[in-house]
Design a protein around this ligand. Sequence first.
Ligand code: ATP
Ligand code: MG
Length: 483
Amino acid sequence: MDPEIPSPAGFEAPVILDRGRHHISRRDIDPDCLKVLYRLSGHGYTAYLVGGAVRDLLLGRRPADFDVGTNAHPNQIKKLFRNAFLVGRRFRLAHVRFQEGKTIEVSTFRRKPTEEELAAEREEEAAKAAEEALEGEADGEEAQPEDGPGGAAADRMPGDAPGPVEGAVDGRGAPRRRRGRPPLKPIAYGTPREDAFRRDLTINALFYDIATYAVIDYVGGLEDLEARRVRIIGDPDTSYTEDAVRIWRVLRHAARLGFAIEERTAEAIPRHRDRLAACPGARLFEELNKDIKSGAARAFFRSARVHGVLSRVLGEVGDLYERSDDRMDKLTTLLGVLDASISSGGSPPPAVMYGLLLWPWAETLLAGVQGDRPKALYDAFRASGSAATVPKTVLLEAVHTLVIADHMLRALSDGRMRWALKERPLYPEASRVASVLVDGTFGACEDPFSEIYRRRFGTRPRAKPHKYRRRRKKAPQPPPPAA
Ligand code: ATP
Ligand code: MG
């Protein structure tokens, strides 16, 4: 990137870095995304690569996803791509699907929602949450993030309230009306400039224009990238009021990129962090899920503690991590191991990731529990006031894993391992968690706990529980012959 980046005067005209002044190459852009960009552009539409992908390419990192912004309206996009599906209740996004489940998200430029629109969105969101809660009660299931944990990152923000829901438009492309809800107002589309200003961070609002290969910056993002700092677009108080999840996103991007947080952006956090608890639980879980598997979980959780965000999203668990240096030290050590594994290509299952996240809290709790230990942990977490709704299956698996891991740790001190636990479905996860707790590594083999046990006690455990035969009663012995 050119070190001499001109400041955008009053943010009126964008800074344009033409192709010779940055090093984004089309080779680094996903080929399917390039197809989408070229097709839109070939049909006379403006087509930009937008969001995190431009940021990451400028930093020489591999983007997690490639999103496209355009002035084509959703129905026009749909006409251009046979493989496009309109998603979102106000049909504002198109998902263009390619092989192996790859999706390129194409959104029409839009502007910031007005106060009135925001209020309507919040009402919609509350109605949907209430509806989901009712449906959830009926199904005995809890709210799940709509993309599923780790699903495609939706370009979601206020104005998108409920997130994309495939098929939420009727056959003619009009929004489908759901039971008892008022009809939806049409979406507010905007110019590229307006689209840049409705985003969260300056470094996330850069555009790469496929027609000119130039990078376009309306908000001072290039300057902030150069200075390695994360800055909210516009006034942080207004931005956090519109959407408190942006606080989380500030911490995430600073932690992931090793960037500083710009002063006003950081200084406004304490005034708004309480709002996080009021955000939809499924959305908060989605955010949590991104960070836990980002490879920078340790840095993120440390920062979330410093900024008082942990207690707002993880209830008593987060509160404990904020209050206790000892618990937090333990957590950062465990997350450090998790990050190292993920950074070297590992993909630990959710039971392991959430097990490690909860262990420093669960450890003390388990020490005092008799009886049904998984249930005790599960209930304690549910009663802890976590604003992030950890889905039932994820939480159940995590607590079962922890209870087995806890038994393993005790077995390492008293030598009394119940090998029957090997038959449990979560034994392999527990074996890995125990290995991290004891050895600080995930271990190289399938069952690292057995290796640790063998090292300590010299016997390799059997796969099946040992079957003891009942000893035959000894026949009475004749008295020894008299000497
Ligand atoms: P990642 O590398 O995690 O995908 P990202 O910056 O691409 O990071 P996404 O969650 O994929 O983040 O969102 C895509 C883009 O949508 C962001 O770069 C940002 O411009 C915009 N965005 C996402 N969430 C918000 C929000 N809450 N408020 C405003 N803009 C947002
Ligand atoms: Mg992204």
